[in-house]
Design a protein around this ligand. Sequence first.
Ligand code: EPU
Length: 321
Amino acid sequence: MPFSAGRILKLSSVENVSVSMPEIAGEERLILGGGSNLVILNPIFEGVVIRPEIKTWLSKIQGTQVLLEIGAGHLWHEVVISTLKKGWYGLENLALIPGWVGAAPFQNIGAYGVEFKDFCESVVLYDFDESAVVELNSDQMKFGYRHSILKDNPGRFMVLSVRLLLSTIPKPIVDYGAVQEGIAAFNGSKDRPEDVAKAVMAIRRTKLPDPEVFPNVGSFFKNPVVGQEVADRVSKSHPQIPSYLETGGVKLAAGWMIDQLGLKGFSVGQFGVHKDQALVLTHAGNGDADDLRTLIRTIRVAVKDEFGVSLQIEPTLLGRL
Ligand code: EPU
């Protein structure tokens, strides 16, 4: 749906930040990168939209370690490909994730056994509360499954750049069966990070709709992390449910649950559950936000009734649910 804002502020450098941020102190603000994980429920935003278009790229190689600082305005996938081409390894499983670098620490992006936090040394941020540029190390970022300190403090911080630690020695992570099968499909090698990235890209292209073609924000719900007791109860009544051990509990596959309820392809107005991946909701264009609200409610109620589990929304919402 068309989106209108009070004004837009483009930031191209960190120097720019120290000058322009105090000027907007007190105004309502929205930090907008690629927008690939943003759901706009209210298309009129009176405040200031900040676009951190910072494109710094600094690298330092020490032995086999590569310390890389990249600005928030780079496209994440381009960073993955550029580092691979240079022989700097680690990010290969995170290929083809849409969005800008600044969003990566926000929700600790993850796919196929790897999370952003695994390669993050620190994050450079603008702290609106302190009116200062600060650097938080990986521990201070409080990374978790699709979580960071930035989610605990909505609106307080803006990511300026991230510092990553990569390696010139390949250490591919191919725990996921789908990744192994993907590599085998083109006779690739599990030892080559380039082949891991190629397989991941192929899987994403088949499983996930291209947001440029079918607007979507990837997974719409988080996979719920529940205590062992709840996991045991759910797997007793639904023995086939895919589950994975996660810090703090057991992660249950939300896509599987929605799929089991027969909701794949179910739609309300212009919004629907993707026909191949039930965790993804798509928007066919010009939708009414109330239809999306109804779809979300329908899915959550059905999952709660059948599995006794609450689904949390993964993307950032602009406007009320
Ligand atoms: N499944 C079904 N039916 C479905 C969807 C999934 O049966 O319609 C089953 C699958 O067969 C599998 C399990 O559920 O056994 C998990 O599915 P999948 O491997 O596709 O992953 P996911 O849990 O749906 C998560 C991430 C994705 C990430 C993939 C791969 C979240 C919220 N989502 O999805 O991240 O790409 O794993 O690692 O954790 C995103 O965050 O936007 C995103 C796409």
